[in-house]
Every structure is written in structure tokens, then in C-alpha cells.
Design a binder for this molecule. Structure first.
Ligand SMILES: C[S@@+](CC[C@H](N)C(=O)[O-])C[C@H]1O[C@@H](n2cnc3c(N)ncnc32)[C@H](O)[C@@H]1O
Length: 142
């Protein structure tokens, strides 16, 4: 089973029939996995150089967009996922976190999940006891 399929299973209650946004999606593997269960999936990155062409066969809405200045209206998503990308966005985290909170619905969740060594250390440093291991993923829900 693909890692991202496993993560979607773990996050099932936050994915099934929900409007999902993946931030800093890179290849968008998480979005592709989530699209089998979610109501809708949107994903953004600063560029499309890594984007998996499989996305063309799905309903996923990919956009080139800076996560620290999103174009989405307030209260657009039920769940926002940042997968294997925390290290790459850490210097912008304050702005990205503010934007994520703005576009998230009232009872929504932001999920940062990673299997990457570089992310793991940083996530522990930033989020302390709020991080937890689920299978091979270090996860923080906020
Ligand atoms: C490690 S890579 C991709 C990780 C991706 N989730 C994956 O699994 O393939 C991190 C990504 O963060 C993106 N990124 C960095 N800053 C960003 C920002 N402000 N807005 C959107 N994407 C950003 C980079 O362009 C890069 O594609």
C-alpha cells in the first residue's frame, strides 16, 4: 500500500466526505490518495514542476498559489493537510498558519504529517508534546 493511502486511512474521519486542501503539495500524492474518499480535493504549490500527471485523471483542483497568501475565501475547507513539507515551509510558518486558519472552517483541522527525518526534528521542536506517532507518521493536529 502507498504511504499516502495509509495516511488517508489514518485520517479517515477528517477526509471522508470533506473538502480538503493540501498545502505545499509537490507531487500531490496525498491529494491523489485522498481524492478516492473526499468530497473535494484542492492542492497548491509554488510551482507544478513535481506534479504527478495522474492528477489529470482526477477531479483534484491544483493551483499554483503561495500558501502564505492564498486566494481562497475564508471558511473554504474542512481539513488542511501538509505532508512531508514542514521543513520546506518552516521559515514561512507564521504566515502560512495564519492563512490556513483563515481558509479553514470553524470545526476544521490542520494536519501536519511527515515521515521525513528533516521534518521530524523540526516538528518536535515547534509542536512539542502535541506531536504523536501514528504508524510511520509523525502527526500534529491543530
Ligand atoms: C518537500 S516538497 C513537496 C512535498 C509534497 N507534499 C510531496 O509529498 O511531494 C515541499 C514543497 O513545498 C512547496 N512550498 C514551499 N513554500 C511554499 C509556499 N509558500 N506555498 C506553497 N508551496 C510551497 C515547494 O514548492 C515544494 O514543492
Amino acid at each position: 500500500m502507498k504511504k499516502t493511502d495509509k495516511l488517508v486511512q489514518l485520517l479517515n474521519s477528517h477526509i471522508e466526505d470533506k473538502d480538503i486542501l493540501e498545502v505545499a503539495c509537490g507531487g500531490a500524492e496525498f491529494s491523489i490518495s485522498a481524492s478516492t474518499m473526499a468530497k473535494s480535493v484542492s492542492c497548491i504549490d509554488l510551482d507544478d514542476s513535481r506534479l504527478n500527471e495522474l492528477i489529470n485523471h482526477t477531479d483534484i483542483k491544483f493551483q499554483i498559489m503561495d500558501a502564505s497568501k492564498m486566494d481562497y475565501p475564508d471558511d473554504s475547507f474542512d481539513t488542511i493537510v501538509i505532508y512531508n513539507a514542514f521543513y520546506h515551509i518552516q521559515s514561512q510558518w507564521e504566515d502560512i498558519a495564519r492563512e490556513c486558519s483563515r481558509v479553514l472552517r470553524k470545526d476544521g483541522k490542520i494536519c501536519i504529517a511527515s515521515t521525513w527525518k528533516l521534518d521530524i526534528g523540526l516538528m518536535k521542536e515547534y509542536f512539542g508534546n502535541d506531536v504523536k506517532w501514528e504508524d510511520e507518521f509523525l502527526i500534529v493536529m491543530m
